[in-house]
Design a binder for this molecule. Structure first.
Ligand code: NAD
Ligand code: ZN
Length: 344
């Protein structure tokens, strides 16, 4: 079968021919229909050899959807032909956090060597992929897999980040989204669907600001040194109740810190290399900084329900598997609108 693999540190990913995998006991084989392109892929492919821990060759794709193709021995609860989305942050399924569906924070994953597809295990950018356990497939039903595959990360991650701040986002509040890319443009819609907050989007790219407005941001302006003042002006000088930073570099983290309100939440989602001083006098009183990773298994069901109501959607740019390296080039150039999706 064909697959897109990261094979050499520092080199672009390549389309290669590899053997079609067979599902072992308890596993499920998926005939992949769609796979999303995430900035995290670019992040891991930018790591130098001594800090790269995902194995080589790595079949990319941690956003996946497909049709159940073959059930390994003993698998129940699924049928061949079912359309499903892949819950990616695989856990052991038995520890306390997994018992709550919080497999993204599995207590045993590291010790047991359990890794997400596309981030250690073979991912969704291949004609077939192996799912380690049926519980990691969430039924898509009649949701279109191509239009919705990215909800497994670009939807689930902002959903989880926002859900933890819902108490803050009362009527009259302001929520800021920094970075209106793949995750950010879905985050804006989740904020509009689930809160009464005024939503402000910041980006460095005018086209992304346009997209932010189209998907529901009340205000969208450039992410620069003046942005904090503009947010302060919108809030009577007080600042935002929550800032969701989908970039995470030093300037955006400092910007976030400068615009957060007393008691506000600064939520770091983007995997940049920024850091913040955290001292008693360094930030507004009672503000918090949170760094969430992906989301809970139950939350993927919730995100898909939100899509079913039409409240959220993913703006997609479609590529074939052969053209997948081009999708990464476009992502790198900041030239994608919404999410790139590889259709198989
Ligand atoms: P993306 O490339 O689609 O979007 C990034 C957006 O940020 C773009 O619109 C870009 O123009 C904008 N941007 C760049 N510099 C900016 C700045 N200084 N100020 C404001 N906007 C700026 O990326 P994505 O796939 O949406 O991923 C976003 C980030 O989230 C990445 O760092 C990714 O690795 C990370 N991520 C984290 C998790 C998690 O679980 N925490 C999950 C998925 C992705
Ligand atoms: Zn991702």
């Amino acid at each position: 079968m064909k697959a897109l693999q990261y094979r050499t540190i520092g080199a672009p990913p390549e389309v290669v021919e590899i053997p079609t995998p067979e599902p072992g006991p308890g596993q499920v084989r998926l005939k992949v229909t769609a796979a999303g392109v995430c900035h995290s892929d670019e992040f891991i492919m930018s790591l130098p050899e001594d800090s790269y821990t995902y194995g080589l060759p790595l079949t990319l794709g941690h956003e996946g959807a497909g049709i159940v193709d073959e059930l390994g021995e003993g698998v129940t609860g699924l049928a061949v032909g079912d359309s499903a989305a892949v819950y990616g942050p695989w856990g052991c399924g038995y520890c306390y956090t997994c018992s709550k569906g919080q497999e993204n924070y599995c207590e045993n994953a590291a010790t047991l060597g359990i890794t997400p597809p596309g981030l250690g295990s073979p991912g969704a950018m291949a004609e077939y992929m192996i799912i380690d356990n049926a519980r990691h497939l969430v039924p898509l039903g009649d949701l279109d897999p191509v239009q919705n595959v990215s909800l497994t990360d670009a939807g689930l991650t902002p959903y989880h980040a926002i859900k933890q701040s819902l108490d803050q986002l009362v009527p009259g509040s302001v929520a800021v989204v920094i970075g209106a890319g793949g995750l950010g443009h879905v985050g804006i819609q989740i904020l509009r669907a689930m809160t009464a907050a005024t939503v402000v989007a910041l980006d460095v790219n005018e086209e992304k600001l346009g997209l932010a407005k189209e998907v529901g941001a009340h205000h969208a302006f450039l992410s620069n040194a003046e942005a904090a003042e503009r947010v302060k002006e919108l809030t009577g000088g007080h600042g935002a109740q929550a800032v969701f930073d989908f970039v995470g570099i030093q300037p955006t983290m400092e910007l976030g810190q400068a615009m957060i309100r007393v008691g506000g939440d600064q939520v770091l989602v983007g995997v940049g290399s920024g850091t913040l001083p955290v001292g008693m006098l360094d930030k507004p009183w009672e503000s918090s900084i949170r760094a969430p990773y992906w989301g809970y298994r139950s939350e993927l069901f919730e995100v898909l329900e939100l899509a079913r109501t039409g409240a959220i959607h993913v703006e997609t740019e479609i590529f074939t598997l052969d053209d997948a390296p081009k999708a990464y080039e476009k992502l790198h150039a900041g030239a994608l609108r919404g999410r790139a999706v590889i259709v198989l």
